[in-house]
Design a protein around this ligand. Structure first.
Ligand SMILES: Nc1ncnc2c1ncn2[C@@H]1O[C@H](COP(=O)(O)OP(=O)(O)OP(=O)(O)O)[C@@H](O)[C@H]1O
Ligand SMILES: [Mg+2]
Length: 226
């Protein structure tokens, strides 16, 4: 079953007189449990595509089906609940809150749910364990390494048990050794059944995925199993 199905998706950005076509008639199906990498030159539309898949942005035209549900015309409240429950993001620069401990950062997505403090704690500790940073729960982001920050961001992404994890250049701010460690975490999550879609400029990073989608000028140039 295709968890994600884009049909003839276009995205135009308009400012004053200028119209930028960021996506042009994109057709794409990504099934549950897939691990896909998206590559392409800067400005080719990768982030725009990921943001539409992640319900952070809406297309100008076309149809987006998520688990067979047509999200055309969906209200922001509904899209926001999808972002919490079905889809989570991991960003290049981690997007952690500096004043919070690692534990508190990972706990944030759970605050929307009707859970007791003890239930939240159990979920946070389990996410930290999966991300390999159980020992860092009490530390603040400023006192841990880049790779550890990205592990904390991954823990935050998986704490609500979202099925789909989207990552926009998750290793872009890391050295290659640390980037490889982070990619092994994504591989483990994929082995556990998570659907993973990540953007990268690095062929080595993309090689951890099982499918490579290449974008050029807002269109899919190639799409192959790797
Ligand atoms: N909010 C916006 N307003 C206007 N134009 C935008 C906006 N966001 C993106 N664009 C334009 O849309 C096109 C696609 O941008 P996008 O960010 O998706 O590219 P990208 O492939 O992620 O690039 P990079 O590798 O540099 O992150 C670019 O031409 C960009 O300038
Ligand atoms: Mg981008």
């Amino acid at each position: 079953m295709a968890a994600i199905e884009l049909k003839d998706i276009t995205k135009e950005y308009r400012s004053d007189e200028i119209i930028t076509s960021a996506l042009r008639n994109v057709n794409l199906k990504i099934g549950s449990g897939e691990f896909a990498a998206i590559m392409g030159a800067s400005g080719s539309g990768k982030t725009t595509l990921l943001n539409i898949i992640g319900c952070m942005d809406i297309p100008t035209s076309g149809t987006y089906l998520l688990d067979n549900e047509d999200l055309g015309g969906a209200k922001e409240k509904h899209l926001s609940s999808i972002r919490g429950k079905k889809i989570s993001f991991v960003f290049q620069h981690f997007a952690l809150i500096d004043d919070y401990t690692v534990f508190e950062n990972v706990e944030i997505p759970l605050m929307k749910q009707p859970l007791s403090k003890a239930e939240r704690k159990k979920k946070v500790l389990s996410a930290l364990k999966l991300a390999g940073i159980s020992n860092l729960a009490k530390k603040k982001p400023s006192n841990i390494s880049g790779g550890q920050k990205q592990r904390a961001a991954i823990a935050r992404a998986i704490v609500c048990q979202a099925e789909i994890i989207l990552a926009d250049e998750p290793t872009g701010a890391l050295d290659s050794k640390t980037g490889n460690e982070i990619m092994r975490v994504f591989s483990e999550l994929n082995n556990m059944g998570k659907t993973i879609i990540l953007i990268t400029h690095d062929k080595n990073v993309a090689s951890y995925a099982k499918r490579l989608i290449t974008i050029q000028d807002g269109s899919i140039l190639s799409d192959e199993a790797i």
